[in-house]
Write a protein that binds this ligand. Sequence first.
Ligand code: PAF
Length: 316
Amino acid sequence: MITQTTTSPDAEPAQRTPLVVRTRSELRDAQMRWAIAGPLEPGGPDAAPGQRAVVMTMGALHDGHLELVRRAREEAGPNGQVVVTIFVNPLQFGAGEDLETYPRDLDGDVAKLAGVGADVVFAPTPDVVYPDGDPVVRVSAGRIGEVLEGEHRPGHLDGVLTVVLKLMHLVRPDVALFGEKDAQQLLAVRRMVRDLEVSVEVVGVPTVREADGLALSSRNAYLSAGERERALALSRALAAGAAAADRGAAGVTNAARQVLDEAEGVVVDYLALVDPVTVDAVADDFSGSALLLVAARVGSTRLIDNQAVEVSPDQR
Ligand code: PAF
């Protein structure tokens, strides 16, 4: 069944309520309809056809996701098509993680997407994505999937890449947009696209933060007021690290580590300054572009955050 749009199909793209499709054939119909009806859209019959842009999500949408969709609209152009996928992918959850309790509210998510530029929401069930059950052949993130997140969530990035590649095949986008907050995921997706010759442009979109610095995340909803306050240690640590950029790589990590050591109720999984392409930890005498990554548990909620740092040699 295709849930019909509540606004006219020739409304400005940014005003539209997206069409919700649940199956592969509904998605194909929506793509065909776009291919045929595209020239009727605001760019006019002679305008360039535009691109298809995808934003992949697990739902529980927040302003960070909406920013991705706005950027996708820009990438797609007025005659393009913006597809948002909403799918809680079982493959990327480990034993004891929050697969069962992960917030699911399709109607609420679709309402949030009204007016931000999404044309289609593809919200499949697991049997649509994995019609033969758990896939036998999967994508491996290789070395990238074994460090940092991989040490704490074995197999997580393999599960992410497997579903991302499947969704790319199903949606057939020209451009795929991912948030920079999940930095290791973004690096792994870029690497998969390059290593496996997937003809999709990957665009990273800067992290959206609350006014006090907390990076937006669907898992912030799990935090009590006290935990939310304690969670600010992550962004504070990253800011302290970035402020120490002229003290060399060791100075950056030491400054960030000090903030985390002093924070109460924050259990650090890792803090690492890494090469932004390989995710390898940089040497103490490194200078250049690096990524400072942190993962920590606040109560039972696991949070991640990161910050780009331009490290210069310690002059002191
Ligand atoms: O970042 C996420 O929400 C997920 O890992 C993704 C990319 C949608 C794959 O399930």
